[in-house]
Design a protein around this ligand. Sequence first.
Ligand code: CMP
Length: 157
Amino acid sequence: MADPSGAEMKAHFYPPGEKELDWLQKGIKKVGFFSKLTPPQLEAMLYYMLMVNYPKGYCICEEDAAGDALYIIYKGSVLITKKGWDKPVATLRESDFFGEMSLLFGQPRSATVTTIEPGILFCLSSDDFKAMLKKHPNMVGPIREVAEARRKELARS
Ligand code: CMP
C-alpha cells in the first residue's frame, strides 16, 4: 500500500480504546448487518478488532489484489470504484463495512476502496475474521447477505 504522495506508508494498527469500544457496542448495533448480531456475537467481534488511521486519498484496498482484512468505518468516508465504470460504485460512511467479499468468496478484491477524507477504521484481519466465523458460524448468514447484494450490484455493469 502506498500513500498519495508516493511515499510508502506503513499503517499503524492499535487496539480500540474505551470510547471506540463503546461506539461499537452502543452505536453500531443499530446499523444494517450489525443489527442482526446478538450481543454475544458483537462481543466476539470486538475481541478481534484493531484500529487504523488513514489520510485522505489513501487506497485501502486495490481491485484484484488479495483480500487481507475487513474494515468498519469509525470516522470518515470511502469511495468504492471499479475499473471500466464511469461512476463510483458507492460511497460508504461511518458504521458501514467493506472488504468482506474477498474474504467470504475467496476471490481478489472486487473493487478499489479509497479514503475521501482522513479516516479512522476498525480492522479485522482475514485470519481473525475466519477464526471468528468458525467460532460463531451463525454470523456468516448476515454478512453473506450484504456481500451477495453487493456482488449483484457489481454484476449489473
Ligand atoms: P472486497 O471485494 O473484499 O474489496 C472491495 C470491497 O468493496 C468489497 O469487498 C465490498 O466490501 C465493497 N463493495 C463492492 N461492491 C460494493 C457495492 N456495490 N456497494 C458497497 N460496497 C461495495
